[in-house]
Design a protein around this ligand. Structure first.
Ligand code: AQP
Length: 332
């Protein structure tokens, strides 16, 4: 039977990219009736420095974002990673299976470590090994993610294959990435060649789920574009990354195709299209952000949900870790 696992880092506020590329898909999968497990991956977040004063709020806000966007803590298992120690325990085993060379080829490692790799954390280097543990700890079969996580999911498959090979077993399943939906790669509003990211130093580069209507309108108004009018079909967006990104966001938010959007707005100038996009974005995001705000009033309730989710997650994870230890040859 299919089992879905995915996670998001509480490394800042949620962006429109996280919403369209991940959370919206999480909700659809939950509502399709399969077993769904969604995690706030706080152990991943600290691979780059997180202020311990801010991390609890970021964690709770992400949990609130999940729920406000439609995840139901009864239907899905919602929890934060550090409450289920088995993630770190399985990651250690996988650290001993994965090879240095595999990790050093990861583009996220190269991007985030930058020029000064010697000074990046060992955790950042081993990030994909922990991610493989997150997924394989539940024998998850399907993992919905944005395009940027594709390479890490391939590495998860490589780790499962090598573990199965080294220990002559078929214990770990080969996971399917689910990179679908209209917006698997939402780009920065300031640079159409960079993905929209929570940790981009420029706040103007992204739409945060908690931005108010005026801020959203202002960011879209200032979004980088070219001087031409919108084309009337998708082909006309080639070599126009900024234009394509805005049309793509419009399509994803309105649940229509790019061609359908261009049928309506083809020929318009950005000065006319941008306010339409802003209005749509505000209409879609405002109910979620106001619900997030309401949920954040009751921290104890969020913590209770995360603890309950962690207990349910552990009930699945613990036997799988024990079985892994047996396969590896650990005495208990
Ligand atoms: N721009 C994006 N477009 C589509 N999907 C996106 N995702 C992230 N950015 C976009 C998807 O959101 C999920 C959670 O991502 P993450 O928090 O684990 O880390 P990330 O991919 O590195 O996201 P950020 O926002 O860029 O965070 P930071 O800045 O902390 O690294 C994943 O499914 C991801 O694909």
């Amino acid at each position: 039977t299919p089992r879905v696992f995915s996670g998001i880092q509480p490394s800042g506020g949620l962006t429109l990219g996280n919403y369209l590329g991940a959370i919206k898909r999480f909700v659809e999968m939950q509502d399709s009736g399969v077993e769904t497990i969604y995690c706030v991956v706080d152990l991943h977040a600290i691979t780059v420095w997180q202020d311990p004063e801010a991390l609890p709020r970021q964690t709770r806000e992400l949990a609130a974002g999940y729920i406000a966007a439609g995840l139901d803590p009864e239907k899905s298992i919602l929890f934060n990673q550090s409450q289920v120690a088995e993630h770190a325990q399985l990651a250690w085993i996988f650290n001993c299976v994965a090879r240095m060379g595999w990790m050093s080829r990861m583009t996220q490692w190269k991007d985030k470590a930058g020029k000064n790799q010697q000074n990046a954390s060992l955790g950042l280097f081993a990030y994909p090994s922990l991610m493989a543990a997150d997924i394989l700890l539940y024998h998850a079969t399907h993992v919905p993610v944005g395009e940027d996580q594709k390479q890490h999911l391939e590495l998860t498959r490589d780790i499962a294959l090598k573990f199965n090979h080294d220990y002559k077993t078929d214990f770990f399943p080969i996971t399917e990435p689910v990179i679908e939906g209209a917006a698997t790669r939402v780009m920065s509003l300031r640079d159409g060649s960079k993905k929209m990211s929570k940790s981009d130093p420029s706040d103007a580069s992204r739409i945060n789920m908690t931005d108010d209507a005026d801020t959203i309108a202002k960011k879209i108004r200032k979004a980088k574009t070219d001087p031409d009018a919108l084309p009337s079909e998708a082909k006309g967006l080639e070599d126009r990354p900024e234009a394509r990104n805005l049309v793509n966001i419009f399509a994803a938010l309105s649940e229509s195709s790019i061609d359908e959007v261009l049928r309506d707005v083809g020929g318009k100038q950005f000065s006319e299209f941008k306010p339409m996009l802003a209005e749509l974005a505000v209409n879609k995001l405002a109910p979620i952000s106001s619900e997030m705000e309401r949920l954040m009033q009751d921290q104890a309730e969020i913590d209770r949900i995360l603890r309950g989710g962690a207990a349910r997650a552990r009930a699945i994870a613990a036997p799988i870790l024990q079985r892994t230890y047996d396969i590896v040859g650990m005495v208990r």
